[in-house]
Ligand binder design. Sequence first.
Ligand SMILES: [Fe+2]
Ligand SMILES: [Fe+2]
Length: 259
Amino acid sequence: MTDISGRWAGRLTSRPLADVDETIDALTKEERAACVVEWLGRAAAERRASDAFQVIESALASVDADPVLRSLGTRAIDDELRHAEICRLVAERYAGHALEAPKRLSLEAPAHAEAPARLRPALHVIGQCAINETTATAYLEACLASARGPLVRGALRELLSDDVDHARIGWAFLVSLTPEAKRAIEPFLVPMVRAHVRTWRKPSPPRPSARLSEHGALDPKAIDEAVVESVRALIVPGLDAVGIESAGLRGWLDAGACS
Ligand SMILES: [Fe+2]
Ligand SMILES: [Fe+2]
């Protein structure tokens, strides 16, 4: 495991986050409180994503992946720490006072117990990067499409630009696999995607107003649509392009993608 304490120090964002945001001032107390919950929740999830990339760093090393992918995987540990801090700062702006970083969430990396041990590092890389980070980019794009305030728009752009790179790790890794390795991972793809989509469907706190979508807090239906559409428009064509059978995934989508 890599020591990550304080590694992102020196560059939090590529462009400074907005100091003035009148859209925040226009919110009610309840709306601002809901935005604090939203952005602190994001901060916790981003911190956990950094922990997930520690697993990916080890997985890429264990399969002797291309050095460029390995360095991107290591950088992602820092990127996600930066994302956590960006989200905490956004939450502070909605709160109007200093906030502690949220409690660290425990990471439960998928065990892939049904897969042979030699395949598990590859499944970790594919799951975290090609699947999770691809759906994350679609989610962030949907958030950005609804977001109005300069602070939130700047934060979302920062998160999105890194997550595009994180997804590329997974797709470049898939390209690098031998035909035999691609055949070996095919049976695990549909269960992995279904399990991942389920993680986006957890209950969310009550929403005081529809205006929250303008501040990065999409309603659950919009999130689900963005995530499922990313499977249809990005993941399935991506698998087709790298020569991995996607019929099972297409069948799941055609059946409603609801389980
Ligand atoms: Fe992130
Ligand atoms: Fe990411």
